[in-house]
Design a protein around this ligand. Structure first.
Ligand code: NDP
Length: 494
């Protein structure tokens, strides 16, 4: 503890805490120098490779294969071949493999958590306490449905679609993989998955888990590469595309596969409103605001990036928020004390810097966590903008970084109007003591997920997905199985 500040009639508080470094050891992770493509249960060598780095210090971690169009076609062919036996295997047998995968993920969670933080930049306490438990929980949850599909969809005769092509982003690499693969396998489909270019390593380590679980060859195939590999997967002979990423690429995919008969689900961007009423429990709300925007450096599609505060409590909320921000520890993702880690890539850092510059130029007022950013790597201090007008880019566009824009409202009607005034509709938060007000707001907010007196809470049993430009289709829960199934309703009971 450093100095103590005397605060008039209140008790003195420390002005800063010093923490001894508590780095997580990286010994548990054994990286190969070079990774191939995981196709048909084998490691195949790609013709080209690229280097994947750690955003915390830009150090190279491994060489990763760039899958070509031909590689993607081989992966789809392997998945097609495996589909025949996987789709006819009893659901209870499919479940056994999935339970095994869940258990192995839990057993090897430390190794995965360290690798996730190394390759992606997120704080180890998040990968350890959020990403890994949730990834294992998804396999556990969907394993439970594998032999109960007839009960889940009574009188609809569910059957698998075939081969699912899945494209995932870099913000929750292993968790997004689980969100995609678990329901697909439970429903009897086989999979070709492409991880994001900047974060392929946990998906590649996951292939090791598949082998350990003795999953039949070809049921899951992993092809690494950049956007060209993603585009090749969209173009290939898959029966379904499941995409999570930017609205721009999502729209391009939708245009591309229109008329092909391929199924599509899109989980795209967001600009969530976190709405604070004057009867909220203010200290808990501050924690919720901080968690809503600075969790995972704000690289969260459902991040509470627009704070709507009722005018009567604007000052105490902003004051307490700044005080709380001043205590956030920014730094090495592998340090267990770190609250805010590294920005995932140089490209993303530049995008954040550009939008923050736009916010300043448009006239918003900026406050940042006072901190010393490391010299190497990609870093951005937690930032809040006040004096923001609705028309500013920082109030309209997805920043996907640790940047919060604060706006105000007077009445619940105005809060709804402002919250819905964006092309997105993924999530929202409401902070109030009144249950009736929560329900009133939830009926009117155009968002797929609405949290009340909490934020960024996930559960495999709960569906997640968007309205408007945030996409369509749901992941999680019973709803998350449906996009991986076809129904023979027409042959059943007229
Ligand atoms: P992208 O949408 O480009 O990336 C998502 C995934 O799609 C990645 O695997 C990417 O591959 C792949 N991809 C890229 N181009 C194509 C294509 N033409 N066809 C098929 N797949 C493709 O997001 P970015 O990483 O470029 O991030 C840009 C912005 O998108 C962010 O600033 C953020 O605002 C938003 N975003 C939203 C996410 C969400 O969860 N809603 C997640 C990630 C980003 P590769 O990584 O190799 O380029």
């Amino acid at each position: 503890m450093t100095e103590v500040e005397k605060r008039q009639d209140r008790s003195p508080v420390p002005t800063g805490w010093t923490y001894a470094p508590a780095p997580e050891s990286t010994d548990v992770v054994k990286l190969r120098e070079r990774y191939g493509l995981y196709i048909g249960g084998e490691w195949l060598t790609a013709k080209e490779h690229f280097t994947t780095i750690s955003p915390r210090d830009e150090s190279p971690l491994a060489e990763v294969g760039q899958a070509s169009v031909a590689d993607v076609e081989s992966a789809v062919a392997a998945a097609r071949e495996a589909f025949e036996s996987w789709s006819t295997l009893a659901g209870s047998e499919r479940a056994k493999y999935m339970f095994r995968i869940a258990r192995i993920l839990a057993e090897r969670s430390r190794e995965f958590a360290v690798l996730e933080s190394l390759n992606g930049g997120k704080p180890i306490k998040e990968s350890r306490d959020v990403d890994l438990p949730l990834a294992a929980a998804h396999f556990f949850y969907y394993a439970g449905w594998a032999d109960k599909l007839e009960y889940a969809f009574p009188n609809r005769r569910p059957r698998p679609l075939g081969v699912a092509g899945q494209i995932i982003p870099w913000n929750f690499p292993l968790l997004m993989l689980s969100w995609k693969i678990a329901p697909a396998l439970a429903a009897g489909n086989t999979v070709v998955l492409k991880p994001a270019e900047t974060t392929p390593l946990t998906a590649l380590l996951f292939c090791d888990v598949l082998r350990q679980a003795e999953l039949p060859a070809g049921v899951v195939n992993i092809v690494t590469g950049d956007g060209r590999t993603g585009a090749a997967l969209v173009d290939s002979g898959v029966d379904k595309i499941a995409f999570t990423g930017s609205t721009e690429v999502g729209k391009a995919i939708q245009r591309h596969i229109a008329g092909t008969g391929k199924r599509l689900t899109l989980e795209l961007g967001g600009k969530a409103a976190n709405i604070v009423f004057d009867d909220c429990a203010i200290d808990q709300t501050i924690e919720g605001i901080v968690n809503g925007i600075y969790f995972n450096q704000g690289h969260v599609c459902c991040a509470g990036s627009r704070l709507l505060v009722q005018e009567s409590i604007y000052e105490p909320v902003v004051d307490k928020l700044k005080r709380r921000m001043a205590t956030l520890r920014v730094g090495d993702p592998l340090d267990k004390n770190t609250d805010v880690g590294a920005i995932n890539s140089k490209v993303q850092l530049e995008r954040i810097e550009e939008l923050v510059e736009a916010g300043k130029n448009e006239g918003a007022e900026l406050f940042q966590t006072p901190c010393q950013l490391p010299e190497k790597g990609y870093w951005f201090a937690p930032t809040v903008f006040t004096n923001v007008a609705q028309s500013y880019r920082i109030a309209q566009e997805e920043i996907f970084g640790p940047v919060l824009s604060v706006l105000t409202f007077r009445t619940p009607e105005e809060a709804v109007e402002k919250a819905n005034n964006t092309p997105y509709g993924l999530s929202a938060g409401v902070w109030t003591e009144k249950g009736s007000r929560i329900l009133w707001m939830a009926e009117r907010l155009r968002a797929g997920v609405i949290w009340a007196n909490t934020f960024n809470r996930f559960d495999p049993a709960s569906p997640f997905g968007g309205y408007k430009e945030s996409g369509f289709g749901r992941e999680g829960g019973l709803h998350g199985l449906e996009p991986y199934l076809a129904f023979d309703t027409e042959t059943f009971g007229g």
